[in-house]
Structures are given as C-alpha cells and as structure tokens.
Write a protein that binds this ligand. Structure first.
Ligand code: 3H9
Length: 650
C-alpha cells in the first residue's frame, strides 16, 4: 500500500500520509510526496492541497533509522523546495507533533494550520544534528530570529497556541482538522497568497545579540556540539542570502550526522524508547492507579509525593507521629514553594498540589490506595514494621513497593501476605526531578505488579529500568566501582583535583570526590561499617580514613577538600594529604583524557558484570541508568556505549 494517497473535495486535494508508527520521512514517503506535487500540479481541477496525516501524529521527522546510511534521493531539502514551488498552494494540517523534517515540510507549505492539542518543533539538536532541510533558514523568516534561536537551539517543541503567537502557524482549530483545513484553504483562495516562506524578509540582530546567545547556549549545551553549530546556522540565515544559508545548513547537517555525538544521541533515543516497554510485559495489563500512598515524608518520601502530585495523582502521606507528619508536610510544601519561586508553578497550582495530599498518621487511610510506596529509614527492622502495618491496612490486591536503595527487597517482602504484589521502586533524589526509576522485582512479583511499576513510570514521565537484586542494584553498584577506581588512582599518586577536573572535562557536572563532598561521605561509610559489623570482609577505603577523622564533606567544613565557610569551591586540603600520606605511592602523572577513559572503563566493566549476572537485560538500560540517575553526559551515550565505541577524546 502506498504511504501517500490523494482524495478530492471539490477543487481541494487531500494528500494523506500514512506511514506508521509516526509518519517518519522514509525514502518511500519523500518520493510519495514528490509524486503528489507533480500529480496535483498537472491536475487542472485542483486549486489547493491539504497535507494531512493518518495515525497518531503529523510527520514526526526524518527517519532516524536511515541516519547511519548514505542519503538517498529525493533529498528532504529538495522536497521542501518542491512543495514550496508547487503551482497550487499547499496547506499543512497538523495533529500530534510536527517535528524536525516534519515541521520543515510544513514550512515548505504556503500555510500551516493545527489542532489545538498539536505541537511543533525542531528537536534535531537532541539527536546531535542541526535541522537539515531548512529549519534554521525558514524558521527565522516565519517567527523572527529570536524565537528561531530558542526553538532550534533548545530542541524543545511548542504547543499550538504558542506556535500561533510566534507566527509559526497560521490558525488553530478544535474538532475536525480536515474539514477546518479545507475551509481554511477555500477562504485563502479568495485572497492574495502570502509569499513563500523562503522569500520572506529576515531582520538580522546585532553582534551583541549573538555574543549573548552564544554564552547561554554553550552553558545549556554542557559539552554538546549541535546547539552551537545550530546557532551558527541561524546567524548565517539572518545575515546571508537564502541559498547560501541553505548550503551552510546542509553542510553542517551532513558533518554532524556522522559525528560520535550524533551516534551516541541516537543510541540514547532508541534506548529511551525500548526501556519503558520490556518485551515480556507486552501483553500484561497494569493495575489502575487512582490513589497512591507514600510512607515517610523525609527527603525521598516528600520528593516521591511531589512527583505523584505533579502527575495529578491523589496522595496519602503517612508518617509515624504528628511531629514527623508536620515535618513531612513542610518538606512537601517547600518543594512546591520552590517551584513557585522558580516560576514553574503558580501559587494556585501549588495550593492545588497540596490540596491533593491527605496527610495522616493513620494507616487506615490507605484502605483504598492502589499502590503504596515506602520511603522510611534504611533499616530492615523499620521497613519490616511498616510492611506489617501495610499488610493489614491495604487491600489484598494493592501494590506494595519499597524505595530501598541498598537493602535486599526479598528480606523486606518476607512474611507479606500476597508477596506477588510487592516490588522495589528505587527513585533518585530529588525524586520529583530525577527521571530514573529502577524497578526491582522479587522472585514472587507477578507480571501484573511489574507492569504496574512500568505504568507508574509512564505516568510520572520517568525512565524505568528493570534491575535484578544485588547490592546497590544497577546504579549504586556502578557508582561504588567508579569511586573505588577513583580512589585507586589516588593511591597511585594521581592528584584528587586532577581526577575531578578530568571527569568534569569529560562532561559530568562534578568529579567523584567533589560529588562525595556535596552528598556526604558518611552514608557510604555507614553502609560499609554495617557490612563489617555483620562480619563481611570490606577493605578499608580512603573515604573511611577521612570520615574517621571527622571529614564527612561540605557539611563538616571538609571532606576530600577544604571549604571556607559560605564558599562551596573546593580547595586542596593539607590535612587530607597528611591523613592519606602513608597510602599514596608518590605522584603519578596521568592526562585527563586517560583518567576519564580509565574511570568510564571501570563503570563499563562493572556494567558488563551486571549484564553477565542477568541483573540488567540490556547494555542500553545501563547507559540510561547512568545518564538519568548519575549525570553521565547524554551526548556520550552512557558508559557502555562510550566504551564499546572505543577511545573518545576529552
Ligand atoms: C530530522 O527530522 C532531521 C531533519 O531536519 C533533516 C533531514 C534531512 N524515525 O516515541 P514513541 C519510532 S531528525 C524513526 O514511543 P510517542 C520509535 O522508535 C528527527 N522512528 O511514540 C518507536 O518505535 P517502536 C526529528 C521513529 O507516541 C515509535 O516510533 N524528529 C522516529 O510516545 C513510537 O515512538 C524527532 O526527533 C523517527 N523520527 O511519541 C522526533 N520517531 O514502536 C522523534 C519515533 O518500534 N519522535 N520513531 O519502539 C518523537 O519525539 C516521538 O516519537 C513522537 C511520538 C512525539 C513523535
């Protein structure tokens, strides 16, 4: 069946694209649209064409699966020009998303109309490329340079109403899109047509504008190349003739398409789409989630409750006594008030978030909860006591989850009636911000319970990764290896500050030692001490020596570094040098590139062990854990991808 079909409503042709799942611009679709232009140009009965799509969305962009292969004709920029040069005006009728090449096709049309629920955008930079079919050249001609810079360098789509106000589209409709677009076309034919987008003028901003944008774009890009290259293309579009800017954009697009960063970002793109849908759960219906309980209002519990409220789910927050409950409620309120201060929520929205929370010390309030997430102190006896209470308070089919990060969920589930409804849901702090959710089934967990964990992740817009049971699950186990690898370098004589600088240069926000100083060295220390108390052989770490000397990180005025009060900048510490003197073998010179490669290699080696043991199902899941839970640079694709792809320079 053809991916493009043509119908007629009187003198208006309806060109329908049907290329599931997202109408991506495969070679067949590009050819089909090219042929449609030719056919309609040759048909004297047609006065205008409405371009509309079947299925869930308008054209969602170039076909990303074709990016690894040589470009095939007809090339997309030529198709966009061909549509713009058609003898009859084309009207793009957008539902769902018009993204990347999809929006570029729409910009080749003389008009763009959309459903009020639609969005449009140029997300190419998130794939490590720039728009390659006039996105950087036509967008400023439609919406002005400033709006085009925001749209293209952020990659973030905008909703129809905003797109209308920016001039990206011409009309917004509710209801029957095709009928509205045909009526719009008929009306447009009664008036003079506007010039094609490529012929519209563009006003070039001054140097100060570009200098300013370069700074803000570089800061947000955190090492990714594409946003800055896109900015260069936009400047060219503002200052050079159309054809010259098009040639520059095409050249940049082709260069970046073959880059390491683009390959890494494509890997993440497909990894993120694979993770939420594990094949073994394809035919399993999750339980409905109408009301969720959270036990514990500390940092984690309040963050989880905030994430649930952000997703519109009513929450029952349970604490052990009224004092703890007041603290928990205050923690939750502080999260929403912070969002108000940052302009993310209005006062009314923050109030509505709080109004959806039932705060109580009475477990009976959980009688109608569909899911309860426990986030209390990391001690097995405390958690077991909570689940004993949940066992009597909750419905027998309610899903019961623990947010433990280090304890064995099998021990927590032990003795629970219906343990098939139990699982681990490991959120990352701050739980309302971090997108990673490790989903940890115990042997008894039913597929339905597991599917409900994945459904929760979807509802919360989180990236779910299933993990088997081992100490620290996927993420914290790799973190432990990474930190041990960094300590091993220190023992060899590599300066602490050099290791941190190397990992920052690699693209992490912080190196391993400054990150420990921020989070506190004592948490991992107490875990090691706990294991030692149980008779396990846990070798002494350098961190142990520092904690025993009272150096727990920034909160005690020093950890791996010294800090002057009120200043978070780390200073090399003579005291640390003295404490560790006997453990360090001279000084070793190692360049930053080699340090980063070594430590990423350590992460990947632990990841491989995790795969071999069946703790993770796919290497790409491990990459997602590192990217979404630990700040690994997305444009490097994660440690498994980066190591497999070989040496990457810093
Ligand atoms: C571009 O256009 C470059 C041009 O400027 C220049 C060219 C010269 N290609 O996300 P979903 C698959 S760059 C191929 O779960 P949703 C996806 O893998 C492109 N496949 O759906 C999945 O497959 P499966 C710029 C694609 O409803 C299935 O479709 N465009 C593509 O939650 C469903 O995906 C973008 O970056 C693609 N472009 O969300 C848009 N897109 O079922 C990327 C998706 O086998 N796409 N697939 O796992 C999206 O943002 C979302 O898919 C969309 C729908 C919002 C459209």
């Amino acid at each position: 069946m053809s991916v493009v079909s043509i119908d007629h409503q009187g003198d208006i042709a309806i060109v329908t694209v049907d290329n599931p799942p997202v109408n991506a611009l495969s070679k067949a679709l590009r050819q089909g649209l090219w042929d449609a232009v030719e056919t309609l140009d040759a048909d004297p009965s047609v006065r205008a064409a409405v371009l509309i799509c079947a299925g869930r969305t308008f054209i969602a962009g170039a076909d990303v699966t074709e990016f690894g292969k040589p470009p095939q004709e007809p090339h997309l920029p030529d198709l966009v020009d061909r549509i713009e040069g058609a003898e009859k005006p084309w009207i793009a009728a957008i539902h769902g998303s018009a993204l990347g090449g999809g929006f570029e096709v729409a910009m080749g049309c003389r008009f763009r109309v959309a459903l009020d629920s639609a969005s449009v955008g140029l997300p190419e930079v998130s794939l490590g490329i720039v728009p390659g079919a006039s996105g950087t050249v036509r967008t400023p001609r439609l919406a002005g340079v400033e709006a085009a810079v925001d749209l293209v360098t952020s990659g973030k789509p905008v909703r129809a109403a905003k797109a209308l106000s920016l001039g990206l589209i011409d009309a917004v409709f509710a209801g029957d899109l095709q009928a509205s677009a045909v009526a719009f076309a008929r009306d447009a034919l009664t008036r003079d047509l506007p010039p094609p987008v490529s012929e519209r003028p563009v006003t070039a901003p001054d140097d100060a504008f570009w200098d300013d944008r370069r700074k803000t774009v570089a800061k947000a890009a955190k090492g990714a190349d594409a946003p800055l290259r896109a900015l260069d293309c936009l400047r060219k579009a503002a200052e050079a003739p159309f054809a010259e800017a098009m040639a520059h954009e095409r050249q940049t697009f082709l260069e970046l398409r073959g880059s390491d960063q683009a390959a890494a970002l494509r890997h993440v793109f497909f990894a993120e789409r694979a993770a939420p849908r594990p094949p073994h759960l394809r035919d399993v219906d999750p339980l409905p989630l109408r009301r969720v309980g959270v036990i514990g209002g500390g940092t984690m519990g309040a963050g989880i409750a905030a994430a649930l409220r952000d997703a519109g789910l009513p929450v029952v927050l349970v604490e052990r006594d009224s004092e703890a409950l007041a603290r928990g409620t205050a923690n939750l309120r502080a999260i929403f008030e912070g969002a108000v201060k940052r302009g993310k929520l209005s006062d009314a929205q923050a109030e509505a978030r709080m109004a959806g929370v039932t705060a109580t010390t009475d477990y009976a309030a959980l009688a109608d909860a569909d899911l309860v997430i426990e986030a209390v102190f990391e001690e097995i006896a405390v958690k077991r006591a909570v689940f004993d209470q949940l066992a009597t308070a909750c419905r027998l089919d309610a899903v019961l989850a623990t947010n433990t990060s280090y304890l064995d969920p099998r021990l927590i589930a032990d003795g629970l009636p219906n343990p098939d409804r139990f699982l681990g849901l490991h959120f990352f702090s701050p739980a309302n911000v971090m997108r990673l959710l490790e989903i940890v089934p115990v042997p008894q967990t039913s597929d339905r319970t597991l599917a409900t964990g994945f459904a929760l992740a979807r509802a919360l817009n989180k990236i779910p990764v299933q993990s088997g049971i081992c100490e620290g699950f996927i993420g914290n186990r790799i973190l432990k290896r990474y930190r041990a690898g960094a300590e091993a370098l220190v023992r060899q004589g590599v300066p602490i500050a050099e290791i941190d600088a190397a990992m920052r240069a690699y693209g992490l926000a912080m190196g391993p030692f400054e990150a420990q100083d921020l989070g506190g060295l004592d948490i991992a220390f107490l875990q090691r001490e706990g294991a030692r108390a149980l008779g396990q052989d846990v070798p002494e770490t350098l961190g142990d020596i520092l904690v025993r000397a009272g150096r727990k990180g920034q909160k005690t005025g020093g950890g791996w570094y010294d800090y002057t009060p009120g200043d978070r900048r780390p200073q090399p510490s003579p005291m640390v040098a003295a404490l560790l003197a006997g453990r360090i073998a001279g000084t070793a010179a190692m360049d930053r590139d080699a340090i980063a490669r070594h430590l990423v290699g350590e992460m990947a080696a632990e990841g491989q062990a995790i795969l071999d043991e069946g703790i993770a199902a796919r290497a790409s899941d491990i990459d997602l854990v590192e990217i979404h839970g630990y700040g690994f640079p997305r444009w490097r694709g994660g440690p498994m991808f980066a190591s497999a792809a070989g040496t990457r320079t810093v």
